[in-house]
Design a protein around this ligand. Structure first.
Ligand code: F6R
Length: 370
């Protein structure tokens, strides 16, 4: 069943490109317009939506955090992302105009299911983004947008994450289309950029894998890691850190790069490995300069820098010890490529340590208890 791969995780990371591609398939009509029949919410009600609340856990919640940046930018309505287990017990503000989006690979996560029920009891509509046909979460939702990543067997979620981001982006662009929040051309262009992502992910797999594998071999004895990013790179850093914790059992903290000086920089010492997600530099991106200054700060304290950065980034070349390159892409779409070397990195770290990458200790593929 592994089809020649060493592990399901290896196989599933290599299915990242097709997971994105298949999730986009059939959602555009001949005119290149989004056609989401599955979203059985009538136009009038969609126009009335004034807030989105994403409920999810773990990796799915990080996909939701990525989507927040894009959907707020495109649709101009607030998007809150809530860990499902926190959501239900804090009396959240929900109205019939709130769209609750439950993201779940398995569709059976009890925390998410209970939060969904709570939201529906409060009169909100729930749309599920799910990878498993007919699971409890899509069954109990008002509408479903399936991700078509195919079955995910390895406990650590990989291809489901890129598929969840893709589905949430499609939903965001659809809302923008119905609400008239973006020009048709802009939506069209963004969809075209989305369609070019599988190829860019494939480029990472084809050209960066060896670098990642070597980096893991080199870092195998590291006691801890810090993962830092800003904007969409922040949830990507959190996700990269989670992967490393869960399968390589390495103490890892992911956080927003802007927080460094507010405390975490005290952790940085000689040789501490710090992974930075560096946004593209094009268009004088202010965030790029900010992240580079973060790199300078930790470099000055002797940290060993791993960067995920756009090809040809001279600042990164100057400071980073190891670079996982990404091809040029829109900043909002960069998480789809940036997470890939981090998935590979966690896998190779776990392998180098001799762990079973598909079945990490203490974890189950789907968490069906609250
Ligand atoms: C991490 C991981 C978990 C799941 C979380 C939610 O690699 O797999 O964090 O993402 O348990 O699971 P689903 O998406 O099935 O609701």
């Amino acid at each position: 069943e592994k089809g020649g791969w060493d592990s399901f995780m290896d196989k599933e990371i290599h299915e990242d490109p097709s997971a994105v591609q298949r999730t986009l398939l059939g959602r555009l009509d001949e005119q290149g317009e989004l056609n989401l029949d599955e979203v059985r919410i009538d136009e009038h009600d969609i126009k009335a939506i004034d807030k989105i609340v994403v409920i999810a856990c773990g990796t799915a919640a990080y996909a939701g955090m990525v989507a927040k940046y894009a959907i707020e930018h495109w649709v101009r309505i607030p998007v809150e992302v809530e860990l499902a287990h926190e959501f239900r017990y804090r009396d959240p503000i929900l109205t019939p105009r709130t769209l609750v989006v439950a993201i779940s690979q398995s569709g059976e996560t009890m925390d998410t299911l209970m939060a969904l029920r709570h939201a529906r009891e409060q009169g909100s509509r729930v749309l599920a983004i799910c990878n498993t046909q007919g699971a409890s979460i899509p069954r109990e939702s008002d509408a479903v947008l399936y991700t078509h990543a195919g079955p995910e067997v390895a406990v650590a979620s990989t291809k489901a994450f890129v598929a969840q981001i893709t589905a949430a982006y499609v939903l965001g662009l659809f809302l923008a289309q119905v609400k008239g929040a973006m020009f048709k051309d802009e939506i069209h262009q963004m969809l075209q950029s989305l369609q070019s992502m599988p190829q860019k992910i494939q480029w990472i797999l084809d050209t960066q894998t060896q670098t990642v594998q070597r980096a893991a071999a080199q870092m195998v004895d590291a006691k801890s890691f810090l993962f830092l990013g800003r904007h969409v790179g922040y949830p990507v850093a959190m996700e990269g850190a989670l992967k490393l914790k869960e399968i390589a059992y390495t103490f890892t903290e992911g956080f927003a790069a802007g927080e460094l000086k507010h405390g975490p920089i005290a952790l940085v010492d000689e040789g501490e490995p710090v992974v930075f997600i560096v946004p593209p530099e094009r268009g004088r991106n202010i965030l790029h300069a900010k992240v580079i200054s973060g790199i300078e700060e930790v470099k000055a304290r002797g940290a060993s820098i791993i960067a995920v950065a756009e090809e040809g980034d001279k600042d990164v070349e100057r400071y980073a010890d190891i670079v996982f390159w990404r091809p040029q892409c829109h900043t909002l779409l960069s998480p789809l490529v940036d997470v890939v070397p981090l998935q590979l990195f966690a896998m190779y770290m776990a392998q180098s340590k001799g762990y079973d990458v598909d079945k990490p200790r203490n974890l189950a593929k789907s968490v069906t208890v609250e």
